[in-house]
Design a protein around this ligand. Structure first.
Ligand SMILES: NC(=O)c1ccc[n+]([C@@H]2O[C@H](COP(=O)([O-])OP(=O)(O)OC[C@H]3O[C@@H](n4cnc5c(N)ncnc54)[C@H](OP(=O)(O)O)[C@@H]3O)[C@@H](O)[C@H]2O)c1
Length: 300
């Protein structure tokens, strides 16, 4: 049996995974939050009993970084207790768990790309709750892969690319933080990486933590400039993109200045290379602007 259960199927990554239904002989069963609440262990067990599968991918998360600062109970319930429930149920059913995590487990003070063995130290509640989820998974199911990724976007609403495009249509100037750098990562590339990993879990000793993010690293301001440039054919007037400092744009949550992830381990173990976000950004921008992606479904 080669059936993967994707929980959190309604999110950016969950939708990208479900869009790969049926590829390479893999059956993907996607359950949205309405169909399975991962904070409820009984629901998780029942879902696995009903639909036996060969692996679970957890694409569910509480991702509202600023809201988490004042909503820690919900963030920890979803980002720590949810993965723990999945890991417990996966161990009971003898199947592996693929957990998705974040660059925000690091404090961002390093001057080089973070490797999997670097010390963690989240700067905010969201990162702390995701780190707690990692630890819960490690404790409950040794047969796990934790994939840390960063700056996720897709051709849908609720991400940096879509926000920049919306603002670019109506403002003469976009002021964007230029002292936080990281790797923008398209949800489809993460989905491909997870499925490639799932296909190699019977080879050697694949268990553990891996980094996976888009390259090259860029600041938010640099990324915004690229987005606006790709949107130029659709815009009547191009906004100016002005670099600002994090201190000029206060937010409830502190964000890491350096989010760059060293992705050599995933390439050595699974042959998965960092995706070049510059190669695919135009397609995502065009899909959003034409309203042909799932943005048209989400926009209300
Ligand atoms: N977004 C980023 O920039 C980023 C960066 C680094 C790492 N990541 C990680 O990448 C993964 C995927 O993120 P994403 O961008 O796809 O997130 P997303 O678009 O916010 O999707 C998360 C999904 O999880 C669902 N969910 C929330 N609570 C749930 C629960 N109790 N049970 C089941 N489902 C639940 C949400 O449903 P509702 O919408 O109904 O609440 C939503 O559909 C997450 O692990 C995230 O931490 C994301």
């Amino acid at each position: 049996m080669n059936r993967i259960l994707v929980v959190g199927a309604g999110g950016q990554l969950g939708r990208a995974l479900c869009a790969r239904k049926g590829t390479d002989g893999v059956e993907i069963v996607g359950l949205t939050r309405g169909e399975l609440d991962i904070t409820d262990l009984a629901q998780v067990r029942a879902a696995l009993d009903r639909r036996p599968c060969s692996a679970i991918v957890n694409a569910a998360a509480y991702t509202a970084v600023d809201r988490a600062e004042s909503d820690a109970a919900a963030a920890f319930a979803i980002n720590r207790d949810g993965p723990q429930n999945l890991a417990v149920a996966a161990a009971e059913h003898g199947i592996p768990l693929l957990q998705v995590s974040t660059d925000y487990v690091f404090d961002g003070r390093s001057d080089r790309a973070y490797s999997e063995t670097d010390p963690v130290g989240p700067a905010g509640v969201y990162g702390a709750s995701k780190l707690a989820g990692e630890e819960a998974v490690r404790a409950a199911q040794p047969r796990h892969v934790i994939l840390r990724t960063s700056w996720v976007y897709a051709a849908s609403t609720g991400n940096f690319v879509a926000t920049m495009l919306r603002l670019a249509g109506g403002r003469p100037e976009l002021r964007v933080v230029d002292d936080q750098r990281g790797g923008p990562t398209e949800a489809g590339a993460i989905a491909d990486a997870l499925l490639a990993i799932a296909g190699q879990l019977d080879q050697g000793d694949p268990w553990g933590t891996y980094h996976f993010s888009g390259a090259p690293a860029v600041t938010w301001c640099g990324f915004a400039r690229e987005i606006v440039a790709r949107a130029a054919p659709w815009l009547q007037r191009l906004p100016t993109v002005t670099p600002i400092r994090t201190a000029d744009y206060p937010t409830p949550a502190r964000r890491p200045a350096n989010s760059e992830l060293d992705c050599r381990r995933i390439e050595a173990q699974f042959g998965i290379r960092q995706p070049d976000w510059q190669a695919t950004l135009s397609t995502v921008v065009e899909t959003i602007l034409r309203g042909t992606g799932d943005i048209s479904r989400n926009a209300s």
